[in-house]
Design a protein around this ligand. Structure first.
Ligand SMILES: [Mg+2]
Length: 269
């Protein structure tokens, strides 16, 4: 049953942090998996909307995993594309980094001032300033359509957990009582943008990730095969979320590669 499903996989969504690398080291087997996927539809994903595609491309390349700029899908890219495709909104007030504003422009949106905005788009704003946070609160309180690239509460760092987009969202919620429509993993926008770029159906696609509440939830909600890797966050947090059951669990990218080869989805080395 599972082997049959695996045999039909043609498209690959791969979480990066905790799945392909941890800190500045490649996860064992990740380089081999990425090399096996060269020339096949695949995207590397991150919910982090603070950094640019280029930074992820450079980081993976330095670890021996060559990817093209177009193979990188951030929640910022996916959100901007989704807003353009699914709403008439074109002038978001962007509470985010320059990378998010750039992603909006690439998708056909024009980042606007508080006076001219038709919506609010919130990302992981590592350049957060009080004046802009306040403006966003006023616009949200005034009733503008309000979106967020993702709602992760914390960002893991060598110094400990840091406030992520969810913490910025919480401040706006305390102030205005409103919470945003979230567009990144595990929400539909990320899958829709990903599948459109891959050109595959959900049925023919798998997602490999280490987080149950984002990566696996995305797969289970959308019909994309949800493959949990026990490399990053997962092993520690799996018991907290017994209701989220991945389609398949693997010890790491090497085991997935072996299964895909056994099923005939990928040629043998
Ligand atoms: Mg991850």
């Amino acid at each position: 049953m599972l082997a049959e499903r695996l045999s039909r996989i043609r498209g690959y969504l791969l979480d990066m942090d905790g799945t392909l690398y941890i800190g500045d080291r490649a996860v064992p087997g990740a380089v081999e998996l990425m090399r096996a996927l060269q020339g096949r539809p695949h995207l590397v994903l991150t919910n982090n909307s603070s950094a640019s595609r280029r930074r992820y491309r450079d980081r993976l390349t330095a670890l021996g995993m060559p990817v093209r700029l177009d193979d990188v899908l951030t929640s910022g890219e996916a959100s901007a594309q989704w807003l353009f495709d699914n709403t008439p909104l074109r002038r978001p007030y962007v509470l985010g980094t320059r990378a998010l504003s750039d992603a909006c422009r690439r998708a056909g949106l024009t980042p606007a001032t508080a006076d001219d905005a038709d919506s609010v788009l919130l990302g992981y704003d590592t350049t957060l300033r009080y004046a802009r946070w306040s403006d966003a609160c006023l616009l949200v309180a005034a009733g503008l359509p309000y979106y967020a690239t993702h709602a992760d509460r914390t960002c893991i760092s060598p110094r400990g957990l840091l406030p992520d987009a969810g913490a910025i969202i919480a401040g706006i919620e305390v102030t205005t009582g409103r919470s945003p429509v979230v567009l990144g993993k595990p929400e539909a926008a990320m899958v829709e943008a990903g599948l459109r770029r891959l050109g595959t159906s959900a049925e023919e696609t798998l997602i490999l990730g280490d987080q149950l509440d984002t990566d696996m939830q995305l797969g289970l909600r959308s019909g994309v095969l949800a493959v949990l890797t026990m490399t990053g966050e997962a092993a520690r947090r799996a018991p907290e979320m017994p209701e989220i059951k991945p389609d398949l669990s693997v010890s790491g990218p090497a085991e997935l590669l072996a299964l895909l080869r056994d099923a005939g989805a990928l040629p043998r080395a």
